[in-house]
Design a protein around this ligand. Structure first.
Ligand SMILES: NC(=O)c1ccc[n+]([C@@H]2O[C@H](COP(=O)([O-])OP(=O)(O)OC[C@H]3O[C@@H](n4cnc5c(N)ncnc54)[C@H](OP(=O)(O)O)[C@@H]3O)[C@@H](O)[C@H]2O)c1
Length: 344
């Protein structure tokens, strides 16, 4: 049994970790933290988990208790893992961070986008970007994993086959992405209120979103050089889901794009390339650790459209984090993650 600690257990990604780990046969949650709910039992706070964690209560984060775990997930705002990860790693505990703290390899770039100095630049050399479809071998031997963000997961998985094959004009990529409101977390904010976000849709951060440098870092690796990306996120009135509509110019019309995508992801348990002509729906991945993709070339032109959907809380966060745990501890990658999406 892998002994698990979770820092930030009352947030949306924290409770999603609990939901997924409840059916994991090889992992046991020993510690779950919340400063505001210390002493409350998990089952009282989350009735959907009754019968799964009846003896588990939230506690204040304490590195001694957390350091007795085999692995600790951080489901916290940025900056928290910076301050606690070093001590846990020194105690021999592995760290899987769902925040952005270790996703960017350049500490100065991180400071620019997050408006504060990087709190643990000395750990960056140990950080592995936890996108299994790219870094599976490095994840196996890691001790610190940076779980990719939700927009970055859907967007990178959609663009990778085209860029790795050198087919797309990497200087003019467009990612037009939509997110459900749970992407903003559980904290009270006017923009996330039902009356503000319901029955409406809007773009935001067109000038520059924090996920932009993370996506370009990954796409640069795939393309083997610089990329030019326009990334426009939107807030949509759904609870879960990311829908990325991706555009790339592919002049070579002889290439069979459907075969290219199918081949790239043939051995990937959590990427589903749909049949030609498909339109993946976010509801088909709700609650499931799946990225569902379709590739189109409208009117046979040179602009290729890739549609990529995930659940922001599963393949975009907690599911991908559990996938990383499975790889890290040499377990079957699908453990705790094999259920289908909830539809309708
Ligand atoms: N929501 C998504 O779809 C999504 C997707 C991918 C990645 N992420 C990332 O995952 C992280 C968590 O997101 P979320 O949506 O779950 O956030 P959230 O709903 O706002 O929850 C944040 C959690 O962190 C705890 N926390 C806050 N400040 C803390 C501190 N200084 N020390 C210890 N614990 C602290 C909170 O509990 P207490 O305050 O009670 O301690 C709470 O349990 C964020 O970095 C986010 O960017 C989120």
């Amino acid at each position: 049994m892998v002994k698990v600690g979770i820092v930030g257990g009352t947030g949306y990604t924290g409770v999603e970790l609990l939901r997924l780990l409840a059916s994991h046969p090889q992992a046991e949650v020993a510690v779950i933290t919340s400063r505001s709910e210390a002493g409350t039992s998990v089952a009282d706070m989350y009735p959907n988990l009754r019968g799964h964690y009846d003896n588990l209560c939230f506690s204040v984060p304490d590195t001694k208790t957390l350091g007795a775990c085999d692995v600790v997930f951080f489901a916290t705002p940025h900056g928290v893992a910076h301050s606690l990860a070093g001590e846990l790693l020194a105690a021999g505990t592995k760290v899987i961070d769902l925040s952005a703290d270790f996703r960017l390899q350049d500490a100065e770039e991180w400071a620019k986008w997050y408006g504060q100095p990087h709190g643990a630049p000395e750990l960056l050399k140990d950080a592995v970007y936890g996108l299994p479809e790219v870094n599976r071998e490095q994840i196996r031997n890691a001790r610190l994993i940076a779980v990719p963000g939700c927009y970055p997961t859907a967007t990178q998985l959609g663009f990778l086959p085209l860029l790795e094959a050198g087919l797309a004009d990497a200087s003019r990529l467009i990612a037009d992405c939509k997110s459900g409101v749970s992407g903003a977390g559980r904290g009270a904010a006017v923009g996330s209120l039902f009356c503000e976000a319901g029955e409406s849709m809007k773009a935001y951060s067109v000038k520059g979103h924090r996920h932009l440098p993370e996506i370009t870092q990954g796409l640069r690796r795939a393309a083997g050089g610089d990329v030019g990306l326009t990334f426009v996120p939107h807030l949509t009135p759904m609870i879960r889901g990311i829908h990325s509509t991706l555009y790339a110019t592919v002049v070579d019309k002889a290439v069979d794009l459907q075969a290219l995508f199918e081949k790239r992801y043939a051995d990937e348990p959590f990427v589903d390339v749909m049949p030609a002509g498909s339109h993946p729906e976010t509801r088909s991945v709700r609650g499931a650790n799946v990225c569902r993709i379709a590739v189109h070339r409208p009117q046979g032109g040179d602009l290729v459209v890739v549609l990529s959907v995930i659940d922001n809380l599963v393949k975009g966060a907690s599911g991908q984090a559990v996938q990383n745990l499975n790889i890290l501890f040499g377990l079957d990658e699908r453990l705790g993650l094999s259920h289908a999406g909830m539809l309708p």
